[in-house]
Design a protein around this ligand. Structure first.
Ligand SMILES: CC(C)(COP(=O)(O)OP(=O)(O)OC[C@H]1O[C@@H](n2cnc3c(N)ncnc32)[C@H](O)[C@@H]1OP(=O)(O)O)[C@@H](O)C(=O)NCCC(=O)NCCS
Length: 197
């Protein structure tokens, strides 16, 4: 019989199968009482996506704020990705019904590349950390990836702290970007901050 490695604190299966609640990515309860879940984006999310990619959030990104046409095209592309071969998985970050961010996993098996963004007024509550925790469970569990990579602008310390909290290790600076990796063996499905109640 195959042995399932279990998390020492929670007893949850490590890196196998999907979430217990039957969704693709599960949900996560936040320390402020917020329930964070990942969901697909729809056309109705266009105004919310624009607020997420507003001037306050894109300072460290190689892009400007998102206009209406771009937001519409973005949501359409995400929908096409979702119905296609799925080498890109993009989810909205839902906090109690409020779309506060977007997380994305680009897959080039057995590796993935993670990125994320939150609406500026949703920073500082742990939402990104919890959303990334859910996406990692999907990456290492449902998709069975062996490593997930991420990078950020070197001055983007908030982004670095999100990655460190969930177990990423800094590997190098490539040009103007700080690079990180999290291997499946080192992945903790319940990092301390994500389980804080
Ligand atoms: C990167 C980004 C998502 C980080 O947002 P964030 O709000 O700092 O991250 P979280 O949502 O995980 O919140 C963590 C912060 O909330 C605090 N916090 C407050 N209450 C909390 C709670 N109940 N639970 C957990 N954390 C809590 C944490 O202490 C932490 O603050 P600290 O880093 O100063 O210690 C955000 O800055 C962003 O969208 N930036 C623009 C896009 C970007 O740069 N993306 C990265 C490149 S891919």
């Amino acid at each position: 019989m195959a042995r399932v490695a279990r998390h020492p604190r929670t007893g949850a299966p490590r890196g196998t199968g999907g979430p217990a609640d039957g969704s693709r990515t599960g949900r996560c309860s936040g320390g402020t009482g917020h329930v964070i879940s990942l969901r697909d984006l729809t056309r109705a999310d266009v105004p919310a996506v624009r607020l997420i990619y507003d001037v306050g959030s894109v300072a460290f990104l190689p892009r400007g704020p998102m206009g209406e046409d771009e937001a519409l095209a973005y949501v359409r592309t995400v929908g096409r990705d979702a119905s296609g071969a799925r080498s890109v998985h993009t989810f909205g970050v839902d906090a109690d019904g409020d779309l506060v961010g977007v997380v994305r996993l680009r897959v080039s098996a057995p590796h993935g590349h993670l990125s994320y963004i939150l609406r500026r007024d949703a920073w500082g509550h742990g939402h990104a950390t919890r959303a990334v925790t859910l996406l990692l469970a999907f990456a290492f569990g449902s998709l069975g990836l062996s490593a997930v990579h991420a990078k950020h602008h070197p001055d983007n310390e908030r982004s670095g702290r999100v990655l460190s909290r969930v177990g990423f290790v800094r590997t190098a600076a490539a040009g103007r970007e700080s690079c990180y990796v999290l291997c499946r063996e080192a992945y903790d499905p319940c990092p301390p901050i994500a389980g804080r109640e």
